[in-house]
Design a protein around this ligand. Structure first.
Ligand code: FAD
Ligand code: NAI
Length: 461
């Protein structure tokens, strides 16, 4: 078979690329090695983790917050099996959706492992298919720690942590990044004692420092404990309880921490295994990512790459936007991704969301900036809902007032960040947000007030 476009990998970067290619009239196929389409995100990432975050949050609310609102229920009982089925139904629905979209757009969905055997040629389990353009969208895999074997039962990656068959008495999380805090939150809400060991002296590296500090305090109040500046160097799995050796990051005396389950969440690495890149002459960068130019093209003409397997944030929406852009470029249009306006959300409670530069980054770059900050304690809707933890912080250019970064800790921060992202996409100013009418009473008014705060004229503070 011969195609205009063959995409290897059906995660958010790959399937979206295929759909956009087909929309633009390219004869398109997708090759996927797993049983189901949708990649990490739909099968063992974004979707199942959000299902468990949603269900476990309601479980906790029912136990702690309902009575205060005058809702009398008996202490909620966890039916973990049913909660896991709820999660799986959500995954199945989303995966089926991708199947449907492939059919609707007349995309050939080919199951099998794709191996590039030269420009324009792909081997799929012994069959050769031809393609004018190949897009590599093979995603990423779990980073492993030397000497620590992940069995996905007691020593788990995010994949195992999405399917534990009982709530661990004690969960030790290695890595205070997004996965550690999201999945740590799930199991804490369901009854586990959760301790997080983090190599650095702060949680969430890369996020605004003030946001990370306040968020850590909130998580500690919820009962999560942190051991910063520390690393897990070994896990003794012989006994009934796991024994983890935890050492200071700089080296020194190790202590033993016991746990029923250890979640290793120390990042992800690009996945290029079995793709035949070496033989095809496709270059990787120093971190094993497929090297691309500004148009997503590798050093081999006609071979492109997008998503987690290339540089940049490992986020589904970043991959999707790259998928669209590369399909448009291949079809002769002007595809483009604005990497300065990619939002980042942590779906805990409260949520954390950001877009653009952090204060630390602006300071380091020597950019003069103004700060407008507004706490949810002063927002009417948050007050009445009794969800007042957190704040909105807007950073704008000192001279031009252009929005450079927005950081939120608070309920529904993930939805609220879109307003900031659109403002940045249009090169808008804090004044633009401040002069935009926001509906009352909504949490989004905290965004408007923070924008007014940039010019020291917030109304409710
Ligand atoms: P993937 O989704 O990894 O898909 C790659 C696909 O390629 C896979 O299906 C794989 O089987 C296939 N493949 C690989 N090699 C071959 C081959 N040789 N032949 C055929 N097929 C092949 N991001 C967010 O934005 N929001 C979130 O809430 C979020 N939550 C997450 C939660 C967890 C627990 C995890 C692990 C990740 C989460 N992410 C989230 C990150 C998100 O999942 C990734 O950024 C996203 O899936 C990357 O998309 P991709 O298409 O590049 O790769
Ligand atoms: P991460 O990069 O977010 O965090 C890893 C953490 O582990 C860092 O804080 C790092 O300092 C720490 N660490 C590294 N080595 C360590 C060691 N030996 N001991 C102790 N700590 C160590 O990676 P994470 O959480 O695994 O997530 C992987 C990717 O998946 C992220 O890049 C993220 O973009 C994506 N993701 C996105 C989500 C979202 O958008 N809501 C949710 C989950 C994952």
């Amino acid at each position: 078979m011969s195609y205009d476009l063959v995409v290897i990998g059906s995660g958010p970067a790959g399937y979206v690329c295929a759909i956009r290619g087909a929309q633009l009239g390219l004869k398109t196929a997708v090759v996927e090695k797993d049983k189901t389409f949708g990649g990490t995100c739909l099968n063992v990432g974004c979707i199942p983790s959000k299902a468990l975050l949603h269900a476990s949050h309601l479980f906790e609310e029912a136990e702690h917050d309902f009575a205060g609102m005058g809702i009398g229920v008996s202490k909620p009982k966890l039916d973990l099996k049913q909660m896991l089925s709820f999660k799986q139904e959500g995954v199945d629905g989303n995966v089926k959706g991708v199947d449907f979209l492939f059919k609707k757009n007349k995309i050939d969905a080919i199951k099998g492992t794709g191996k590039i055997i030269g420009a324009g040629k792909i081997d799929v389990d012994g069959k050769t298919i031809e393609a004018k353009n190949i897009v590599i969208a093979t995603g990423s895999d779990v980073t492993r720690l030397k000497g620590i074997e992940i069995d996905e039962k007691r020593v788990v990656s995010s994949t195992g942590a999405l399917s534990l068959d009982k709530v661990p008495g004690k969960l030790l999380v290695v890595g205070a990044g997004v996965i550690g805090l999201e999945l740590g939150s799930v199991w804490r809400r369901l009854g586990a004692e959760v301790q997080v060991v983090e190599f650095l002296d702060r949680i969430l590296p890369g996020m605004d420092g003030e946001v990370a500090k306040q968020f850590q305090r909130i998580l500690e109040k919820q009962g999560m404990t942190f051991k910063l500046g520390s690393k897990v160097t070994a896990i003794d799995t012989k006994g009934k309880t796991l024994k983890a050796s935890v050492e200071p990051a700089a080296g020194g005396k190790a202590e033993t921490v016991e746990a029923d389950v250890v979640l290793v969440a120390v990042g992800r690495v690009p996945f290029t295994e079995g793709l035949g890149l070496k033989e095809a002459g496709v270059e990787l960068d120093e971190r094993g990512r497929v090297k691309i130019d500004d148009h997503f093209q590798t050093n081999v003409k006609g071979i492109f790459a997008v998503g987690d397997v290339v540089r940049g944030a490992m986020l589904a929406h970043k991959g999707e936007d790259e998928g669209v852009a590369v399909a448009e470029l291949i079809a002769g249009k002007a595809g483009h991704v604005n990497y300065d306006a990619i939002p980042n959300v942590i779906y805990t409670y409260p949520e954390v969301a950001s877009v653009g530069k952090t204060e630390e980054e602006l300071k380091q770059a020597g950019v003069a900036y103004k700060v407008g900050k507004f706490p949810f304690t002063a927002n009417g809707r948050a007050k009445v809902n009794k969800t007042t933890e957190g704040f909105v912080k807007i950073l704008s250019d000192d001279k031009t007032d252009k929005v450079l970064g927005v950081h939120i800790v608070g309920p529904d921060a993930g939805t609220m960040i879109t307003e900031a992202t659109i403002t940045m996409e249009f090169s808008g100013s804090a004044e633009d947000i401040a002069r935009t009418c926001h509906p009352h009473p909504t949490l989004s008014e905290a965004m408007k007030e923070a924008a007014l705060g940039v010019d020291k004229r917030a109304i409710h503070m």
